[in-house]
Design a protein around this ligand. Structure first.
Ligand SMILES: *[C@@H]1O[C@H](CO)[C@@H](O)[C@H](O)[C@H]1NC(C)=O
Ligand SMILES: *[C@@H]1O[C@H](CO)[C@@H](O)[C@H](O)[C@H]1NC(C)=O
Ligand SMILES: *[C@@H]1O[C@H](CO)[C@@H](O)[C@H](O)[C@H]1NC(C)=O
Length: 219
């Protein structure tokens, strides 16, 4: 401390070496230390700084990699925008349904990389019985974006073993359908790193049989 204070007011030191010396350790500060020793120490110090910086950079990159390249499960839902092409429902006494509609499957990808999913089948069920099926072709949902796939679905009550529940639902003017699909795919990070990720769609839609429109969609 005392040394350094003296040094700063030392009148004979040229300005260039003074500024250099103020960066050095106290041991380096004597005017008797040869120049090449000072230079070597400076080089060692520079090497230490560079190494520290490289280590710091690697840590920053690792943190980014862990946060940004974490594979998140895409959310898949059926859009509420359902358009009916055919809408036939029976009565409480003669319960049946035969519908065809177009709907949008929305694959919401929150990853920092595209989600490539395979072709999959979505099943539509009434009271646990499959009443219709549609194939969703393979697609890619871009990085942090939503892929909308339009599908046309036909569902009918032919496969139902019992229509008692359907009768009471139709009597109340509703029809409740469940749609389910399992997606298999992978998230691609930095164009080459692939991480497998499965996702599921599980939506319950309630159709109003008098207005012939979707009343609610819960996914
Ligand atoms: C609803 O879907 C139809 C066809 O499926 C499409 O033409 C229309 O643009 C959609 N509307 C909205 C608001 O998404
Ligand atoms: C979807 O269903 C069709 C017809 O039932 C079948 O041929 C196909 O293999 C199924 N695809 C998948 C991915 O399960
Ligand atoms: C779908 O969701 C419903 C209600 O949230 C649940 O009862 C059902 O078990 C789910 N189905 C699957 C296959 O996860």
């Amino acid at each position: 401390m005392v040394d350094r204070a003296n040094q700063q007011v030392y009148p004979l030191v040229p300005p260039d070496s003074q500024s250099r010396r103020s960066d050095e350790n106290l041991e380096d500060s004597g005017p008797l230390i040869p120049d090449h020793v000072l230079k070597r120490k400076k080089r060692i110090k520079l090497a230490i700084y560079i190494s520290a910086f490289v280590v710091f950079e690697i840590m920053v990159i690792l943190v980014f990699a862990l946060v940004l390249m974490k594979a998140r499960t895409p959310k898949i839902r059926l859009g509420t925008n359902v358009t009916f092409q055919n809408f036939k429902t029976g009565t409480q006494a003669r319960p049946s349904f035969d519908l065809s509609f177009t709907a949008q499957v929305r694959v919401m990808n929150t990853n920092f990389g595209p989600y490539k999913f395979d072709s999959t089948n979505a099943t539509f069920m009434y009271q646990g019985v499959t009443v219709g099926q549609v194939t969703i072709p393979k697609h890619t949902a871009g990085m942090r974006s939503t892929k909308k796939v339009t599908v046309t679905v036909n569902v009918n009550s032919n496969a139902l073993p019992s229509t008692t529940k359907l009768g009471s639902e139709l009597g109340a003017g509703v029809l409740t359908l469940n749609s389910h699909a399992k997606f298999k795919g992978k998230v691609v990070f930095m164009f080459l790193m692939k991480k497998k990720k499965s996702a599921e769609m599980n939506c319950t839609m309630t159709v109003d049989s008098s207005t012939k429109a979707v009343k609610s969609m819960i996914c």
